[in-house]
Design a protein around this ligand. Structure first.
Ligand code: AMP
Ligand code: ZN
Length: 487
């Protein structure tokens, strides 16, 4: 097994990855809250973990990848206040809360398929694990680190902090955290400013509610991940991931819940993805700058000059390392689209290359560098730069400016299959949808008319057709065998 180095958010260091029980790896990623469509920022996080999952599989690990679906217990406010997001949306769309859950879960899975992500091994839901969450809360109460106030159970952060380091994930002291939180008001039921809800009492109108030792209610958001990761991956597992925005509260509280319940560190490596931004502002549902993947594919959004295909978008995301911010712009996406096409074209060229008896290239070194890049905290940005080197060699072999042996050609094919398709999860865009098929037919007709114009020496018309197509973003190439076109 290759030495793989991961940047661990908890220790703020790059560490050699040691799987708990090699070759088995437990990977848990916080999934979507399915009360609305996922935006492109959410997709960036899930595509990043798909890449990590794919690379671990590629290295030969047996990975159990758990990505939950949050389908209950999410209030609008960060401080256990505000409306339940599912109930509010259900009222707005005049649906049952579970219809909302179903609608957006199906939508999420469709989008994940568009981006060619592999399905996780298990996708557990919060509503399917109420009893596990209740059991865990009971244990935390019996360990003296949570308390009940009129049907709601709170985690006692200050008491927990006497024994454990609550702010370890963001490297902050309790005093600092307390300073940044507002004083409790007379209305508050909790004892401490940082205390958070494990179980929330149902209001008379709450539809999604379950019986518990503390009366009818529903779980707080954080407890679901502690209960489900423990159930499927054990008390302590290898990798836990999510977006950086989850670090300070959700993941900090997950660690606290698990430690308070069974006195063990739940996770060995914490990996956090950085944010997708638009003009420097984080893309989010609340900021209103979150366009949906469907809008991106069709170009139907004021920020978009035109539509982009899912694989070009996936490539755009992977060209930046997952720990760096990625700023969205039409120019950046168009540059990625070109780069992606260049790699895919070189793959087609590779299939047609003929071997020379000797070689002037060192393909093995490129392969080694690809592994080095990925072993360095999944550096896809550097990996893609090496794949472009390979593409340059293929193109120059095609132009007879360099020579490749059959062994070189075979190794290049392996390199593309391993890294471009298997690890980066890219694929040839499918052109089987009805619009593409219709365009194919229309272009056949247009090129036929243009060929006839040329045969009849009407060069004015044939040039006009060519120029009008260029205006429409379609480029024609005339060859001896006839004309070809591309968008
Ligand atoms: P949510 O459905 O809001 O719980 O978010 C699902 C995942 O998307 C979480 O892991 C978030 O951290 C992540 N996320 C939210 N906004 C962004 C963003 N702008 N860029 C990258 N990841 C994000
Ligand atoms: Zn979570």
């Amino acid at each position: 097994m290759q030495a793989l180095f991961l940047y661990n958010t908890l220790t703020r260091k790059k560490e050699e990855f040691k799987a708990l029980n090699p070759p088995f790896v437990g990977l848990y990623v916080c999934g979507p809250t399915v009360y609305s469509d996922v935006h492109l920022g959410n997709c960036r996080t899930f595509v990043s973990f798909d890449l990590i999952y794919r690379y671990l599989l590629h290295l030969g690990y047996k990975v159990r990848y758990v990505r939950n679906v949050t389908d209950a217990g999410h209030l609008e406010g960060d401080r256990d206040e505000g409306d339940d997001k599912f109930a509010k949306k259900a009222k707005l769309e005049q649906l049952e809360p579970m219809e909302i859950v179903q609608k957006y879960t199906v939508g999420f899975r469709d989008v994940m398929r568009d981006f060619n992500t592999l399905p996780p091994s298990i996708e557990p839901t919060a509503t399917g694990h109420i009893s596990e969450q209740i059991e865990m809360i009971k244990e935390i109460i019996s360990n003296g680190l949570a308390y009940e106030t009129s049907g709601t159970v709170y985690f006692d952060v200050e008491k927990y902090s006497k024994e454990f380091n609550y702010g370890q994930l963001t490297n902050r002291k309790l005093e600092e955290l307390l300073e940044g939180t507002r004083e409790l008001g007379g209305q508050d039921e909790k004892k401490g400013r940082l205390d958070f809800a494990l179980w929330i009492k149902a209001k008379p109108e709450t539809i999604m509610r379950w019986p518990s030792p503390w009366g009818w209610g529903f779980p707080g958001w954080h407890i679901e991940c502690s209960a489900m990761s423990r159930k499927y991956l054990g008390d302590t597992f290898d990798i836990h991931g999510g977006g950086m925005d989850l670090q300070a509260t959700h993941h900090t509280n997950e660690i606290a819940q698990s430690q308070a319940c069974y006195h063990k560190t739940p996770v060995n490596y914490w990996l956090h993805t950085n944010m997708l931004t638009v003009n420097g502002t984080r893309m989010s549902k609340s900021a209103g700058n979150g366009f949906l993947p469907g809008e991106l594919f069709t170009g139907n959004h004021p920020l978009l000059e035109r539509g982009y295909k899912p694989m070009a978008v996936r490539f755009f995301m992977l060209q930046t390392h997952y720990r760096s911010t990625l700023d969205f712009s039409n120019e950046a996406l168009q540059a990625s689209e070109k780069g992606f096409e260049r790699l895919m074209d070189s793959y087609k060229t590779l299939q047609t290359l003929s071997a020379s008896p000797s070689s002037n290239e060192d393909i093995q070194t490129i392969e080694n560098k690809c592994y080095e890049a990925m072993n360095d905290d999944f550096n896809t940005s550097v990996l893609i730069a090496h794949l472009f080197d390979a593409a340059r060699i293929i193109n120059s072999a095609n132009d007879k400016k360099t020579n490749l042996t059959q062994a070189d050609i075979d190794l290049l094919k392996k390199l593309y299959n391993d890294f471009l398709f298997d690890v980066l999860g890219l694929k040839q865009e499918e052109s089987n949808n009805r619009l593409d098929a219709a365009l194919e037919k229309v272009m056949e007709l247009v090129l036929d008319m243009r060929a006839k114009a040329k045969t009849g020496k009407d060069f004015k018309l044939s040039d006009e057709i060519r120029d009008k197509l260029i205006d429409a973003g379609i480029q024609i190439k005339d060859t001896k065998e006839g004309s070809t076109w591309k968008v």
